[in-house]
Design a binder for this molecule. Sequence first.
Ligand code: SF4
Length: 492
Amino acid sequence: MTLYIDGHSERYELQALCLLFFAGEGAALREGAPPDGDERFVHTRLHEEAEGLRLFVRVCLSGECREAGGSLPHTEDHIRITHAFARLLYPILCNLTGITPPWGMLTGVRPVKLFLRRLEAGMSPEAVENYFCTEQAVSREKARLACETALVQRSLPELDEKRVALYVSIPFCPTRCRYCSFVSQTIERAGHLLRPYAEKLERELQLLGERAGRAGLILESAYVGGGTPTTLDTPLLGRILAAVRKNFTFVPGAEFTVEAGRPDTFTPEKCGVMKEAGVTRVSVNPQSLCEEVLRRAGRPHTARQAEDALRMAREAGFGTLNMDLIAGLEGDTPETFAASLRQVMEWGPENITVHALSVKRSAWLAEERGTVLAHDTARESVALSCRMLMEAYRPYYLYRQKNTVGNLENTGWSLPGHESLYNVRIMDENQTILSAGAGGVTKLAAPDAAERKIQRIFHCKYPYEYISRFEGECAKLSEVEKFYGICPANVL
Ligand code: SF4
């Protein structure tokens, strides 16, 4: 399908809108009007007349065509022009494709921000919900979910410019899940890198901690993720966690999370070193409790191991436990998904995160998408999860990704008081996040929020690059002090 941009510049927003309907096929951009013979296109045209702007859209799909037009007063406001085009196109695209996107015309990854902005401007939750349902065609269910999430976020502690987050990347996993699109190395291929990687990371944490300390930064949260950090053996894991604890100052009551994503990598000994380092949160992520779904996802663990891992973490005394589930996995059905969720809810972790399966280009599933992806199943599973979780948990963060099945969202649910600030802030992109390790991206957020300035420092992607270019990677860390107006120390 081709999207023709004729007489205006609103290409990317309109392309994102088209992709809600043509995710598998794509929407190629062209300037001007469609040539004779093109039978599959969206044409958007704008021209200026003395009395205002005239907008025109025409959609043709395999012989069927629809068109609509409208006008706007003269304006240079791109948001208004895009919105006017979207309102003309959206009903036609729904009609011709038979698809009704659950998030309506919203294409961004952080819809909650839009809801929050209106709540903060003094609108009531009902008015905000109604606005998004009527003006943006968001389904009532999604509008309510986003509004609830925004209300929980409003009650969380305010940002403080010197309180920052730390992300520590351990991009290794025991094996690769079939649906994985992360840069994570398997033990089979890269097991020999574990020790040198952990040793470099330990050193980086020391250097980063020194620089953060000089800049007066203290940790509101630390998150050790990946990959599967518990792929490291107990002594290496203990060294990394101790390096986080030793080299950074934490605010009282700060979050310290470790992902134990694969339940089969979690042991009482690893629990012990995590406790010793002051870890407060553990995430055990079975993704499904249906053995057949786990097998087809390429996850060599059982539901029983997930239960054991959760119990182990509970007995060790971690205050907040999380479990992740994925909707839309191969072989899953709304019934088996609901059974997994019901079981997880019975186990009672303080956080439950429901993801919609993401099929990125690098994922193995992308090659089989036509046959494997059950969009309707994922939609039903996510809808079920909202209904079930609303009864006992509150949604506290939510984001959308490109290429999720069913154009759905990922939602973090929490018992009151157990919300993860790390998860909320990372979505908002308004807090400094220091990153250590391969694939990490440090985001330095301007102390003056009005500027909305974010400076990014990218680490190289793969562990072998990180190890071989370690000095250069560490040299980048001096940007942290510079950003906060301090002359960088020579600590290398
Ligand atoms: S556990 Fe996560 S990071 Fe590791 S292979 Fe599976 S999906 Fe990828």
